[in-house]
Design a protein. Structure first.
Length: 189
């Protein structure tokens, strides 16, 4: 019997230690990111291959600031375009459930505001609101090529993020072809 108690105690201690490590990791990093490798390829329009992936980025914004008329670049898949993805953002909002911040999508330097959908059951108007949007590149279409995601403060005042401010980006499928569009082959010095 004492051996069984020792084994149970050892397993319990290992579990607690791993939770403490994980919590410490989350505290010391501004964001946590989990990646999975490519799992399959699927045919895409025009004979290009799409690659099924599952890549998630959780960006914790509490305590961060965005200066007036500035942005934070959050995600980039260049030279691949995002074929299937999703963005959820919990942001400060006014009493009418509108946030002054914008989530920008596109291919740098050509980014435009995403058409975010308000999620009422998970929002508190006047404080924090949850928004989400599906993301899919449409070469030659209205959405165009999407490789980059950013958050923008288009106002004339610096924005400080309150507790629980987050952006979660999930990418499920990518596809070659982003390097063919103008602006994708930019170089910086």
């Amino acid at each position: 019997m004492p051996t069984n108690k020792t084994i149970v105690f050892g397993l319990l201690a290992a579990g607690v230690a791993s939770m403490i490590f994980a919590a410490g990791w989350g505290i010391t990093n501004a964001y946590a990111q989990a990646n999975n490798v490519s799992s399959s390829k699927a045919a895409a329009p025009g004979g290009m291959q799409g690659t099924v992936v599952r890549d998630s980025a959780v960006i914790l914004l509490e305590g961060k600031t965005i200066p007036a008329n500035d942005f934070i670049h959050l995600y980039d898949t260049t030279p691949y375009m995002i074929k299937v993805g999703h963005i959820a953002a919990k942001l400060p909002c006014d009493a009418s459930s509108t946030s002054s911040l914008k989530i920008l999508i596109g291919q740098a330097p050509n980014l435009k505001p995403a058409a975010l959908e308000f999620v009422n059951p998970l929002s508190t108007p006047g404080k924090m609101c949850l928004y989400h949007v599906d993301v899919a590149s449409q070469p030659g279409g209205q959405a165009g090529i999407i490789t980059d995601i950013a958050i923008q403060n288009p106002t004339s005042t610096t924005m400080a993020f309150p507790p629980t401010s987050t952006v979660v980006i999930g990418v499920d499928e990518i596809m070659p072809g982003a390097e063919m569009a103008g602006g994708a082959n930019m170089t910086t010095s």
